[in-house]
Design a protein around this ligand. Sequence first.
Ligand code: PGA
Length: 245
Amino acid sequence: MRLICAKNYQDMSRKAANLISAQVILCPESVLGLATGSTPIGIYRQLISWYEKGDVDFSKAVSINLDEYCGLSPRDPQSYSCFMHQNFFDHINIDKKNTFVASGMGDFEANARELEEKVREGGAADLQLLGIGNNGHIAFNEASDHLIAVAHTEKLTESTINANARFFEKKEDVPTMAITMGMGDILAAKKVVLAATGLAKVPAIKGLIMDDVITTQNPSTMLKMHEDAVVVIDRELADAVGYRA
Ligand code: PGA
């Protein structure tokens, strides 16, 4: 695992975006595993700006998203499908037919199987972008006494529901279940880029970068076994966990 410490959120976004654009420039047909949440918004903005300047071309890239809330249609503004269109796909030249976000409607178990089939069909992601939950979750693989290797439905923890409530009008509106890639799907990616910012992430990032322990109670720690995982954090977070470069 490699750690990159950025000056601030903007610098973190640029550094993570650099890794993604390098991947697409060197291999235009790359399979990108994409993430939602507030953290990657700056990364997508940076990539859009490089696309607009003609520095990166997404026309041959393929993308597959980590997760989707159960019960939200793709047109729901809170759905991850809608997030991806608004924050990234609608602003670049990726072929929408080559993007995949699991459906959050209908038969959730079947949708999870479809996500797993997509992961297998496209092959492991060339680069998987990740955020991290306050409890160390990656995608929606929640802290627990066990983790699941393949795509599945996951009951969200109270910590995740509380963290996500900021995006919804009322806490009761926050979905309590999601469809998520499994840990095996994520760890199979050839390269993983995890971006984190904000003091809410201190306990999770401490467990990820400050010791050698791997625990299902902080799913991000599984990345310690990955050959090419890059963690990009900002100075404020690095200082708060006591990391000295
Ligand atoms: P955030 O979410 O980027 O909105 O903090 C990250 C996550 O829960 O994976």
